[in-house]
Design a binder for this molecule. Structure first.
Ligand code: SAM
Length: 274
């Protein structure tokens, strides 16, 4: 049975938008991490607008006759500007189509999902939101790095390391506090600056840290070491986006708790302990 309401072009009441937009999280990469609801929607959407973080395993689940629109958006390589994506979603829904707007991870965590919904709301376009497994959660589980642990971290902070005009304006005092885990999205390019600022604000130079490339996929790579060593390690190993940075004592547990490489077989794990 289709998860969509039986509304088609021209059938809406006067003044109502006949289509609907489903803002859906695709999870961090492994297609098995899609929610059941996401998989059902992808299998029967009229049109799917998706981002670069959506992998081929998930694209393979798209309905055969669905129109596919790649919206891209990668650091400094925007295929479609955010405003154009917003306008596109409004236009498609007004044509009476059931639109899945598919985003990597969770649409409400560093996904600009809120901005897209604000535009839809302003144009009277109905919508639903389907959560996804965010990168922090997927990467944490697939690397054996629990984000909280009674012995090491009582809280966990998600932040962005995206550089604006080459600088990072973060609350470094708060991020450098002990007994917490800091997860940094989009921080690969800023890693040297992140390490420098944290240490300057009191973080131990030897705090364990991890950088995880393409987490939850067969290409997952995990680099662990001290915060001081991490920028050089990551550069030497040539890690590429998407990468997640995890800083905190919990990252040392990777050595003991990792399981994914043994299950997936072909995972390349580059571990470096200092
Ligand atoms: C624009 S943000 C989108 C986050 C997404 N909405 C989420 O909830 O995971 C993109 C960043 O998420 C992180 N990321 C997403 N998928 C990842 C993965 N499979 N492995 C490592 N990091 C990932 C990286 O830091 C990447 O630069």
């Amino acid at each position: 049975m289709s998860p969509f309401p039986p509304v088609r072009a021209g059938q809406g009441q006067a003044g109502q938008c006949p289509g609907k937009v489903f803002l859906v999280g695709a999870g961090p990469g492994d297609p098995d991490l899609l929610t059941v609801r996401a998989a059902r929607l992808l299998g029967s959407a009229d049109v799917i607008v998706y981002d670069h973080l959506v992998g081929t395993g998930i694209v393979a689940l798209f309905a055969k006759d669905a129109e596919r629109i790649y919206a891209g958006k990668q650091n400094r390589r925007h295929t479609m500007a955010q405003g154009d994506i917003n306008d596109l979603l409004v236009r498609l829904a007004k044509q009476g189509r059931n639109v899945v707007r598919l985003k990597g991870g969770d649409p409400f965590i560093f996904g600009r999902g809120g901005e897209e919904l604000e535009t839809l709301a302003a144009h009277g376009v109905p919508f639903e939101v389907v959560p996804g497994v965010t990168a922090a959660s997927g990467v944490s589980c697939y690397t054996g790095i629990p984000l909280t642990h009674r012995d090491y971290a009582q809280s966990c902070i998600f932040t962005t390391g995206h550089l604006k005009d080459g600088t990072l304006d973060l609350d470094w005092d708060m991020l450098a506090r002990p007994r917490q885990t800091v997860v940094i999205y989009m921080g690969l390019n800023a890693l040297p600056e992140i390490a420098r600022q944290l240490i300057a604000h009191g973080q131990s130079r030897d705090i364990p840290a991890a950088v995880v490339e393409k987490g939850t996929t067969a290409q997952q790579r995990v680099v662990t070491g001290t915060l001081t060593a991490m920028p050089d390690l990551v550069a030497a190993l040539g890690l590429q986006s998407p990468c997640l940075i995890i800083i905190g004592e919990v990252t040392a547990l990777h050595r003991k708790l990792q399981w994914f490489n043994t299950v997936a077989g072909n995972v390349e794990t580059a571990e470096v302990f200092c």
